[in-house]
Design a protein around this ligand. Structure first.
Ligand SMILES: [Zn+2]
Length: 213
């Protein structure tokens, strides 16, 4: 049996591989983190390596100030973004930042993603925030992202990519997947003459059914 820390490290490796294989994290892009239960310790993917081929010994342990607690590699360059999200959202245990191409296309066009077009998106990702551009890895980006994360579990970073939050790594992963599916569907329906959002009453009804605000 593995302890909770090793189990989480292995789950980060698995989720990172799935994100890479989906084409959501090309090159050395993207990062995944998880919080150790009832602590202020974060496990994160390392900086500057492809996320498709990690092993659990590559995962870096940091504290809420971004200081390395344990690990042989450098933590993600987006450490300030991850730590600031955990500080802003004590209910969150996992954060994923990726560059899924359809979402990132919307982000580069400065177009918001309207999740009220189909029920799965309303249930899984909720309202998507569009976060103003800031240089990757900076405190400025961390500030803008954590502010938007107070009210949203799915964020689109202008000219950059996506951030999804979850109570678990699996939940954060599924949000990235459904967010990308939503962007893909939005693009196709736009090409087919324009998408039609579900009526507000229906969106409300669906939100009520799953207890989403
Ligand atoms: Zn990025």
């Amino acid at each position: 049996m593995f302890d909770e820390e090793e189990r989480l490290k292995r789950k980060i490796v698995e989720i990172s591989r799935r994100l890479y294989e989906k084409g959501f994290m090309e090159g050395t892009g993207g990062n995944v983190s998880a919080k150790l239960p009832n602590s202020q310790i974060i496990l994160t993917t390392p900086s500057g390596v492809c996320k498709g081929y990690l092993s659990s010994s590559d995962i870096v342990k940091i504290d809420y100030e971004g200081k390395i607690v344990e690990g042989k590699l450098k933590p993600t360059s987006e450490t300030p973004m991850h730590t600031s999200i955990y500080k802003a959202r004590p209910d969150i245990n996992a954060v994923i930042h990726a560059h899924p191409p359809f979402c990132t296309g919307f982000a580069c066009a400065g177009m918001p993603i309207d999740s009220s077009i189909f029920p799965e998106a309303i249930v899984m990702v909720g309202e998507v925030a569009l976060v103003e551009y800031a240089t990757p890895g900076t405190d400025d980006l961390a500030m803008k992202v954590s502010e938007a994360a107070k009210m949203h579990d799915a964020l689109l970073l202008q000219n950059h990519g996506t951030v999804t939050l979850g109570a678990s790594l699996e939940e954060a992963y599924l949000k990235t997947e459904v967010l990308e599916e939503t962007a893909h569907i939005l693009l196709i329906s736009t090409l087919l003459g324009g998408y039609k959002s579900l009526p507000e009453a229906e969106v409300k009804k669906i939100k009520l059914m799953v207890g989403r605000k």
